[in-house]
Design a protein around this ligand. Structure first.
Ligand SMILES: NC(=O)c1ccc[n+]([C@@H]2O[C@H](COP(=O)([O-])OP(=O)(O)OC[C@H]3O[C@@H](n4cnc5c(N)ncnc54)[C@H](O)[C@@H]3O)[C@@H](O)[C@H]2O)c1
Length: 146
């Protein structure tokens, strides 16, 4: 069970990518494509006003016949952004993601944005923890036999 802080530290790119609400969805998709990420925080200055994800594009643009060039981020973003604190655990994040069907959680401390974690970050962490346990058990078994 790891803290959000250590999951953030394990990310190759610790930056947070964002876009303004007035930008087009096309620009948002382009930035997501360039950075190989599936979400962008929507920021007005230092304030988080929403989050836009590939899912928003699929459901609110592609499926309803809108065009990304003519639709602004504000029109399709999710405004209620759930976040976690750095001292919360990977299990707490998983529980939130499962309960509210989220894939991305910004990390906030005292109103300050510290980073963002995705479901893939958590899965990667769980796999590496399980790998560690397997290696420990293998060593234990080998040691006992030897
Ligand atoms: N090997 C790894 O380190 C690793 C980590 C995460 C995800 N993945 C893989 O990437 C694929 C998609 O991952 P996902 O579903 O978690 O979503 P995703 O594509 O949005 O996330 C990929 C990475 O981008 C980061 N990210 C997402 N939005 C960001 C933003 N606005 N600013 C900064 N960073 C942001 C995430 O924290 C994550 O590290 C999956 O196949 C997953 O297995 C691999």
């Amino acid at each position: 069970m790891k803290s959000v802080t250590s999951i953030l530290k394990s990310k190759a790119d610790p930056g947070v990518y964002s876009i303004t609400p007035t930008a087009s969805v096309f620009d948002a998709l382009k930035l997501m494509g360039d950075k190989n990420i599936g979400s962008l925080l929507v920021m007005e200055g230092a304030a988080i006003v929403g989050i836009i994800t590939e899912r928003d594009y699929a459901r609110k643009i592609a499926l309803v016949g809108r065009t990304s060039l003519q639709t602004s981020v504000r029109e399709v973003m999710t405004s209620a952004v759930r976040y976690v604190r750095p001292d919360e655990t990977s299990e707490q994040c998983m529980a939130l993601m499962t309960k509210y069907r989220l894939r991305h959680l910004p990390v906030m401390d005292d109103g300050k944005l510290l980073g963002i974690i995705s479901i893939g970050d958590l899965v990667k962490d769980i796999i590496s923890e399980q790998q560690f346990i397997i290696e420990q058990l293998e060593r234990y078994i080998t040691g006992e036999r030897g």
